[in-house]
Design a protein. Structure first.
Length: 301
């Protein structure tokens, strides 16, 4: 991509390792994973087991990977999985998962086995990035022989649990920087034109096209609508360029695309999308929307 479009790479030439390394050198630490995530999780260990399932080779001591799991695990209870921070820059996904643990997760754990991975991509969280340090999108990397260490670690952890997961909710955001930064960077990295789209103003869900769970998605949106506004479709009846399934819901082929949402065989799956740049919301409202979505998903099953 030309310098006038993106600062790294050349027109019509995909990035080689040199360009990826240059991109990495331009990233800076903007917040603390230890202060904003790990410290909060350590305060919850009286109610949940804090299980380290890996670490990032970039800095193993700085970026340990943790799951929080119900202490009173019951084999006859349904198991639910909550993931956040697959894209590190999507703040309410991480903080929403933590807030769920701090508030209502203990009540749900009386009837359900709860697994929460609040921050799948801690380097991405600290540098406020969608990609990992190798310029790879973890949320397109949940497949065999994945190049993303974050995705491999999570897949291995879930597979080794060897439990049937009934519901998986993956917490995300759609931000203005998707158009201003990410898509230009993606176009430069892959030398493939990326169309910008209208960023939806409001909350919406991405379901799995192979198991759309229409009533499940509807129940979540109905609950979230009491906390924040649901994104309307654009003039083409789409959200982020995809035809809507129902109000506030689109579907993706999750496994085909390597999405985190597709990492289990759970019959009920969804991805939340919060819009933190809306003038109608603030950080607290975004976190509450994520917690409401998790709670509504569990209540449905």
């Amino acid at each position: 991509m030309s310098d006038s479009v993106y600062s790294i790479g050349k027109q019509d030439q995909a990035w080689a390792e040199t360009e990826k390394a240059l991109w990495f050198t331009k990233q800076v630490i903007k917040r603390s994973y230890e202060d904003e995530v790990l410290t909060k999780l350590e305060l919850l260990t009286s109610s949940f087991d804090m299980i380290q399932y890996g670490s990032l080779s970039l800095d193993e001591s700085r970026y340990p990977l943790y799951a929080m799991q119900s202490k009173n695990w019951q084999t006859n209870n349904k198991t639910v999985l909550v993931t956040g921070g697959v894209h590190g820059y999507e703040t309410s996904g991480v903080q929403g998962a933590i807030r769920f643990l701090e508030t209502c997760a203990s009540d749900f754990s009386k009837q359900f086995n709860i697994i929460v991975i609040p921050c799948v991509s801690p380097w991405g969280y600290e540098t406020i990035n969608r990609w990992n340090n190798k310029a790879i999108d973890p949320n397109r990397s949940f497949y065999q022989d994945s190049p993303a260490q974050e995705s491999v670690a999570l897949m291995t952890f879930i597979n080794d649990l060897d439990v049937d997961i009934t519901m998986h909710i993956d917490l995300h955001e759609t931000t203005d920087t998707d158009n201003s930064e990410f898509r230009p960077a993606l176009a430069a990295r892959d030398a493939i034109e990326q169309k910008s789209w209208n960023i939806p103003d409001g909350f919406y869900l991405v379901g799995d096209s192979t198991k759309p769970g229409v009533d499940f998605q509807c129940a979540i949106n109905q609950a979230v609508a009491k906390v924040t506004h649901i994104a309307p479709a654009d003039s083409n009846n789409k959200l982020i360029g995809v035809d809507i399934e129902q109000f506030g819901v689109i579907n993706y082929a999750s496994r085909e695309l390597g999405l985190c949402m597709g990492l289990t065989d759970a019959p009920y799956v969804t991805t939340t999308e919060v819009y933190p740049d809306s003038p109608l919301v603030d950080d607290e409202n975004c976190i509450k929307a994520q917690v409401t979505a998790i709670s509504a998903a569990i209540m449905f099953i």
